[in-house]
Design a protein around this ligand. Sequence first.
Ligand code: MN3
Length: 201
Amino acid sequence: MAFELPKLPYNYNALEPHIDAKTMEIHHSKHHQAYVTNLNNAVAGTDAEKLSVEDICKSISKYPAAVRNNGGGHYNHSLFWTLMKPNGGGAPTGDIAAAINTAFGSFDEFKTKFAAAGTTRFGSGWAWLTASGGKLSISSTPNQDNPIMDIAETKGAPILALDVWEHAYYLHYQNRRPDYITAFWNVINWDEVNKLLKQAK
Ligand code: MN3
């Protein structure tokens, strides 16, 4: 098998009460697993079988929709799990705190803009904070597209990502996507965000 479901770095109930255990279990073991299975099926017998999911995303315009949707799904979720942790959240620390203040004026202003990117994404998609050429940007993508794809409107290295598909929140928050986004601020793993910022430089 070319691609495998990564283990979660915490238990399914670790992000409660902000993100409930049942949502995490279904999201990881069913949804993410399906992207991995379908990606493996889509690349079977092709050269893409030997590539990393990052390299596939970077030249995604060469691939059929099944690779774009499931390769993006695998990349995005693998990243997303690492960006959360139990007892996370709070104000950012380290380099990302300074970078956010420089780019957006304040952490509160950043939160407003990032939340707006997630709230206003129609249908299914993701909100992103990316770094490119030393500059931070907020954007959103439809479906399982992401900022490392060659077709992305706003390209860059992902620093923070938020899944705003209904499957990410509907069991607990039903149609209240803004409440789920508010809860996300309590589980962010700022250490990982700082690591990604450093790697992007
Ligand atoms: Mn998802």
